[in-house]
Design a protein around this ligand. Structure first.
Ligand SMILES: Nc1ncnc2c1ncn2[C@@H]1O[C@H](COP(=O)(O)OP(=O)(O)OP(=O)(O)O)[C@@H](O)[C@H]1O
Ligand SMILES: [Mg+2]
Length: 637
């Protein structure tokens, strides 16, 4: 019996209280018994007076001593009556039995006899009842009563203890053990008291405690699960934020490199113009069976590759001159899908999920196709054993929450282009560098300019690019382009018909600060039959115009030159020659003729480096076209 258990304490309390109660009850009973015994003695004396006294008196009168003695003897049969004596004036006449002086409760009865009208005194009958005898009997009753009561008390108390233990304490112990082990992981396990019978219709207090604990457990579990979810979400947001910040920092670095690359590309462009221009003219001047054609083709081939590289560097450095239209990205992907299927290996499944309900974005279709192609080729290369390439377009509302985790993203409506693969994915090290130009893990097989170009194009479009990649799981690129409004109906499909005869006779004023470019351009134009006046700066060009007597038809000018830029030159020149037409040439996007990389409306423009045929075609197009109605531009090589 554990001393600190409730059952034990209950046992002790019930025991003490019951014992006190038992003692009190016994005492009361003893007192009542005592009162009854006293009244019994009174009654005994009365009875003696009525029944025995006449017998003794009659026989004492006739001196029948024997009968008197017998009668007295009979009195001794009364319980606790120990001593009977007849006395007359202090003299003992007859005495039976004995008693100690202090022990006696005495009854005295005068013995008189009436004879001849006279009352004759015969003596006094004294009977002594033993007080101790009465008390002993009473005490005997008390002892028996007390014994049974105490036995009863113990029996009842033990019963209560065991019942309490059985009905309450052991379940409480089970509950305590359950609550102690429950913990965060144990919230799944329901509290069930296996030792207890429960009636769901009629639950007792323990059942109610169990059900309360179970409800509390469920409540805790829900709260804990919610808390877990909350922590998980926050963790994900933090991770996402960290990842995006890392990508942002990388992007900043890449953009700095991009500026450098753009500058280098510009200078390379000027070097490529004479190489390609003279090369092309040389080739045209050689007979088809001339053995030197092979060398020239080699030079031209290298020149073309260099031109591609320059063009990609320009794209990376955000220096491409873009032809913006408001396009429907879903339609753009749809139109590009066929080419994509021909380019991507057959063991790769291409899934195209296009949202039909997409808003327009301002974009250069060709550049967007370039983006998709670069991403798709990368995806295919990441899945050497085959896999799935998914291209998706959808409308995305980027809210404040998204903007908070993605640096430099303004909340708003975007069109999202997602390109994902189930390929090899990237580890941390690769992830850090992918947008850097010339970073490749493909050795000789890659230039490392694919993603740098993608990055430049997306940023030049005012969009943002993010990626998610895990080794062996795959990679997802997400591109967001800001929504601009309605799609330009049909503009993207306008076909240009290039002039077939590129020869002309007109006079062209060629203005270019780079001597090599100027010379090769002059040579090309002269080859087509034009009369060429040339100048190396704007002021010299104006002087040439002033000195020139006959008409000048076209101003072919570089955009950025020391002193006066191409546009200002045209403004001043057209004052001298009101009908003068203009064709700008530039290596990369210049704010002079473009607005944030977009060629201004109505401006004729040719991208450097240009091919001989392209320059010829463009010059004819400008000379034959109406200046005011000229198409946006034609940057094509
Ligand atoms: N979808 C992809 N899955 C796994 N890794 C990729 C993925 N896309 C790009 N990468 C990694 O990023 C690097 C850079 O890609 P990027 O397109 O700029 O260059 P490249 O593909 O190596 O060369 P290039 O595109 O000029 O042929 C790749 O070498 C590759 O390691
Ligand atoms: Mg690539």
């Amino acid at each position: 019996m554990a001393k600190n258990s409730i059952a034990f304490r209950l046992f002790i309390v019930v025991l003490i209280v019951s014992l006190i109660a038992a003692l009190l009850i016994t005492a009361v009973r003893a007192w009542l018994d005592y009162r009854k015994a006293m009244s019994d003695i009174e009654n005994t004396f009365k009875e003696i007076k009525i029944t025995q006294l006449p017998v003794i008196r009659e026989n004492l009168w006739v001196m029948d001593e024997k009968t008197v003695r017998t009668a007295m003897q009979g009195l001794l049969n009364i319980s606790h009556l120990r001593h009977v004596l007849i006395e007359d004036k202090g003299r003992v006449i007859m005495e039976i039995g004995s008693i100690e002086a202090g022990d006696a409760m005495r009854g005295e009865f005068p013995l008189t006899y009436t004879y001849g009208g006279k009352t004759i005194r015969l003596g006094i009958l004294k009977v002594d009842i033993s007080r101790n005898g009465v008390f002993e009997e009473l005490w005997g009753h008390v002892k028996v009563g007390l014994f049974y009561t105490v036995m009863m008390v113990f029996l009842v108390t033990f019963s209560i203890y065991f019942l309490f233990q059985f009905m309450f304490t052991r379940h409480l112990s089970d509950i305590a053990a359950y609550v102690k082990q429950i913990g965060i992981d144990g919230l799944e396990k329901e509290l069930l008291l296996e030792k207890k019978k429960t009636s769901p219709q009629n639950p007792d207090e323990i059942d109610r405690i169990v059900s309360a604990i179970n409800s509390m457990r469920l409540g805790l579990k829900t709260t804990f699960d919610e808390l877990q979810d909350e922590i998980q979400t926050r963790k994900q947001v933090e991770e996402e934020k960290a990842r995006m910040e890392e990508q942002y920092l990388q992007a900043q670095k890449v953009e700095a490199v991009g500026r450098l690359a753009g500058g280098v590309a510009h200078d390379l462009n000027n070097l490529l113009i004479p190489i390609l221009g003279y090369g092309e003219m040389l080739r045209d001047n050689l007979a088809p069976d001339d053995a030197r054609l092979k060398f020239i083709d080699g030079i031209m081939d290298a020149g073309f590759r260099a031109r591609d590289l320059v063009s990609r560097l320009l794209a990376f450095g955000r220096k491409q001159t873009l032809e913006y239209r408001t396009i429907d990205l879903s339609k753009a992907v749809e139109g590009f899908e066929k080419l994509l299927r021909r380019t991507i290996r057959e063991d790769i499944e291409i899934k195209v999920l296009l949202s039909p309900d997409i808003h327009g974005v301002m974009a250069d279709l060709g550049q967007i196709e370039q983006v998709i192609m670069n991403l798709a080729v990368n995806a295919a290369e990441a899945m050497p054993g085959g896999g799935t390439l998914t291209i998706e377009t959808t409308l995305a509302d980027l809210d404040e929450e998204y903007a908070a985790t993605h640096p430099e993203v303004e909340p708003g409506e975007y069109v999202m282009l997602v390109v994902s693969d189930t390929g090899c994915g990237m580890d941390d090290e690769v992830r850090k560098h992918i947008f850097e130009p010339f970073f490749t893990t493909k050795g000789e097989g890659g230039t490392g300019l694919g993603l740098a170009t993608v990055h430049g194009i997306v940023r030049q479009h005012g969009g943002s690019i993010w990626f998610y990649s895990e080794p062996f799981k795959g990679t997802t690129f997400k591109i967001y382009l800001p929504v601009t409004g309605k799609v330009d109906a049909g503009v993207a499909t306008v076909e240009k018909t290039a002039p077939t005869d590129l020869h002309g006779w007109e006079t062209i004023l060629l203005v270019e600060d780079n001597e090599h470019v100027r010379e090769v351009s002059r040579a090309i134009l002269e080859q087509f039959g034009y009369r060429v006046l040339s100048a190396e700066s704007g002021s010299e060009a104006l002087r040439v115009l002033e000195d020139h007597e006959s008409s000048v038809h076209l101003l072919l000018t570089d955009v950025v030159m020391p002193g006066m830029n191409g546009r200002d030159l045209f403004t001043q020149a057209s004052a001298l020659y009101p009908g003068l037409k203009v064709l700008y040439m530039s290596g990369y996007t210049e704010d002079v003729i473009t607005h944030r990389g977009v060629v201004d409306e109505g401006i004729q423009f040719i991208q450097k480096p240009f091919a001989v045929q392209a320059l010829g075609a463009k010059v004819r197009e400008v000379l034959e076209g109406d200046k005011t109605e000229a198409p946006l531009n034609y940057s094509g090589l």
